[in-house]
Ligand binder design. Sequence first.
Ligand SMILES: [Zn+2]
Length: 272
Amino acid sequence: MPELPEVETIRTRLAPRLEGRELVRVDILDPRLTRPHDLFEVAEALEGDRIATVERHGKYLLLRLASGRGLLVHLRMTGSFGFAPVSHERAVLELDDGTRLAYRDVRRFGTWLVLEDAELEPYLAVKNGPEPLGPRFTTAWLAGQLARRRAPLKAVLLDQRVVAGLGNIYADEALWLARLNPERPASTVEPGEARQLVRAIRAALRRGIARQGSTLSDYRTPDGEAGAMQEEFRVYGRAGLPCPRCRTPIAKTRVGGRGTWYCPRCQPLRVA
Ligand SMILES: [Zn+2]
């Protein structure tokens, strides 16, 4: 599933080709993409409008239009954009310079939602907490959120209202960097550990962005390239392989239903 680094990579590739261009034709080919809204009504609301900016908010891509409306795209499991024709096309955008941008989605969990100007910020404010690479994501914020929760630390980190854009891969990588056990009750994390965790989350995400995301199966940039972050995972997907820090074999467990990898020696489960 695309997380912040993957969506940010897509955004940086789309922005220069889309910003300032008019949407001359919008073909939505899968009613599931826009439900409960009618796909023809959504297409009609977009056609003739101009793309002002391409933004990322957590895991959402936002095409903000000149009219003030926004097309909010969530890629979910397997959504992606491509400038070349691909299989499993669910929608196609045609721009006034002849650019054709296809939206692909094999498993069809992705969503397209058109919101009016006044609806956008309230909608995003409910879905997303602070951006982890922005100034609002502070030690005080994270420590405050963790202190209120008895759930396993990793499960709390996957709540988009706590950290926008963090998902399964980068949560495991960040917890390893911070030497914190993913199953520890969130409320037992001390302020000093929360500070380390803020740094670790930022470091893991920045590294992912620098490698243009991680390609495990479907993710590609809009130019069809694979990411390279998967070659640099320290723990994610590495059960039985040596920890890069202490050589102890990496362990796998499940936290909140999600496959979770960690080093039993660097990330011991301390019960406070
Ligand atoms: Zn280790």
